[in-house]
Design a protein around this ligand. Sequence first.
Ligand SMILES: Nc1ncnc2c1ncn2[C@@H]1O[C@H](COP(=O)(O)OP(=O)(O)OP(=O)(O)O)[C@@H](O)[C@H]1O
Ligand SMILES: [Mg+2]
Length: 388
Amino acid sequence: MVKVMVVDDEEMLRTRMKSLLELEDYEVFTAENGLQALEVLKAENPEIVVSDIRMPGMDGVELLGKIKALAPAVEVIMLTGHGGIESAIEALKKGAFDYMSKPVNFDELCIAIKRALEVQALRHQMMFQQAQLVRTEKLSAVGELGAGVAHEMNQPLMAISTHLETLLMNEIIDGNPALKTKITKIKDQFNRLSTIVKRMHAYSGSRNEGFVQDTVNRPVQDGLFLFTQQFKDHNINVSLELDETLPPVHIDRYSLQDIVINFMVNARDALDEKFSLQEGGEVRVISRKLEVSKAVLVGLIDNGIAVKGGSEKSLFDPFFTTKPPGKGTGLGLSVSYNIIKAHDGYINFAPLKNDRKIFYFVIPLDRRNNLLSMPGFNEELKAFFESL
Ligand SMILES: Nc1ncnc2c1ncn2[C@@H]1O[C@H](COP(=O)(O)OP(=O)(O)OP(=O)(O)O)[C@@H](O)[C@H]1O
Ligand SMILES: [Mg+2]
């Protein structure tokens, strides 16, 4: 519900506006002076403020300045008594959204509030697009850098490989089992390094491959592969349960890999918050065919801290984060949401028994099928989650 705060020193007016605005489905808070208004602003975060200009103590224009400093996105509509045109102009200069003269025409006030909300939504949308652009640009810069580094590493890696092979074939080594074990270990680590470099190269080189027919297992495996060491470092136990019989679907593999990585970063943070790098953290990565819904599901289960109470509805909103500044931008899930929308799929999370939860996405085998209107979709999901 949209929150509106009404600030006026006349009690009658406050009460009347509150009940009228409540009829329009706004959640309304009132304050009788500037100081109280600032308290309500901090506690309730209203989207819109309707404030009288002439008030004892802090007047409306001063209050407006303080509101704009504390919460620049809040739109303020000023009310003036007669002859208050000068202060109204001053208020507009200071960033008020609009002003109207008292006695207030309630219909006009409602229209002004609606317009203010529209402007807010537009501004929010623009900010989101800008942030997404920065994120994409960052990703592609990282991609290019990765491709460059991977390419540069190829030559020395090839050389090391050749030298290792020659060493292993040397007779001296054959006569020295301890040395041979050591060199075989080096070779194993080397193989791992080559795989990482190859995947980095593939990841950064083909980010723009677009949609292809493939099973969702590939992006899941590749995403997890890039994360294996991190999970180890954080003492998190990972198990991978892929359904090997999955049919191919129409997917953008690199975008899906991004979602898997987003899920993994979030699970890591939730686990760190609960276990502080000590043992006990578990992650299960699963893929599964949903027979009834004719779709495939990818999910990531973790036993980290629960989704914070009250935030369930906002998780997929742009900029929604419960993490400290600098740690989370609140874009991971909203970007994932957009990617899944482009796949005509469905993304959500669900609590599971034993204090666990699953973040998952579902992609229909046939894109023309709208999952939510697919008979049995919710029931199939529910039964599956209960079995986990
Ligand atoms: N596995 C999880 N367990 C508990 N809470 C989660 C989990 N995944 C997401 N959340 C909650 O959802 C919020 C939004 O997640 P999202 O990935 O969109 O943003 P973020 O992780 O905060 O920042 P960013 O991904 O941009 O770095 C998180 O701040 C967190 O509160
Ligand atoms: Mg995240």
